[in-house]
Ligand binder design. Structure first.
Ligand code: KIV
Length: 266
């Protein structure tokens, strides 16, 4: 295992030196394995809603659920930087409520930073959080919490995205104090120019190889749900198939009286 603890300054200083590796995790075992593999950042993503809790999108997941899972992940992480995702409505009501919710992630959940979806609209909130000593990761491009506002998960093509304005928005986030920005499903040429324009690292998902780092959802990269394969996901394993095969074998062997054997009994 890599030795030194990953901190916010470490992530910022990694730009141009090493690619940042980020993965989501939602519980103790996924955190333990991700940390052991040496990933730099573990995000308790609000994708918890879809991949673990079975909701259709990320809107329903709340602070209580996110905090519960952040605490579990905390117990499994030693080296990686632990970032908690601010769920929908945890930062939309007031500055005070935003600071309180983000602070709870640090104070009770053991997170070391929070992530907030959205651009310009969030500038004042980002400044307020940074003033309260809470490190913030930005998130631009496809923002799943805008699901209803946009009428679904809308990925913008290069010609549909105002390139200059997008880069300017990223720069405004940087100026407000974010220590890195997730670029989700941003056309790769625009992700490249954004990455070049910023002093802080970009972490891409579906945004090409020019970003300073990459993030994938734990269950996607391990192939838990083979029926849900996204263009930007590379499956490094087919865990879903392996689990299903094992469960079917267990069922068969119990039904046939082959499990347990004499050796497996007291
Ligand atoms: O919730 C999540 O998993 C995320 C990543 C896709 C960055 O926000």
């Amino acid at each position: 295992m890599e030795k030194s603890k990953v901190t916010v300054p470490f992530v910022k200083n990694s730009k141009g030196i090493k690619k940042i590796v980020m993965v989501t995790a939602y519980d103790y075992p996924s955190a333990l394995l991700s940390d052991k593999a040496g990933v730099d950042i573990i995000l308790v993503g609000d994708s918890l809603a879809n991949v673990v809790l079975g909701y259709k999108n990320t809107i329903p997941v709340n602070m209580e659920e996110m905090l519960h899972h952040t605490k579990a992940v905390r117990r499994g992480v030693e080296r990686a930087l632990l970032v908690a995702d601010m769920p929908y409505l945890s930062f939309h009501i007031s500055k005070e409520e935003t600071i309180r919710n983000a602070g709870v992630f640090l104070k009770e959940g053991g997170a070391e930073a929070v992530k907030i979806e959205g651009g310009r609209k969030r500038i004042d909130l980002i400044k307020a959080l940074v003033d309260a000593e809470i490190p913030v990761m930005g998130h631009l491009g496809l923002t799943p919490q805008s699901f209803h506002q946009l009428g679904g998960y809308k990925i913008k093509k290069e010609e549909e995205l105002e390139e200059e304005d997008f880069i300017k928005e990223a720069e405004e986030l940087e100026k407000a104090g974010v220590f890195s920005i997730v670029l989700e499903c941003v056309p790769k040429n625009i992700a490249k120019k954004t990455t070049e324009a910023l002093k802080i690292p970009t972490i891409g998902i579906g945004s090409g190889n020019f970003c300073d780092g990459q993030v994938l959802v734990f269950h996607d990269l391990l192939g838990f749900f083979p029926q849900k394969k996204y263009k930007f996901v590379r499956e490094y394993a087919k865990v879903g198939k392996t689990i299903l095969r094992a469960l079917k074998k267990y069922k068969k062997e119990v039904e046939e009286g082959k499990f347990p054997s004499d050796e497996e009994a007291f």
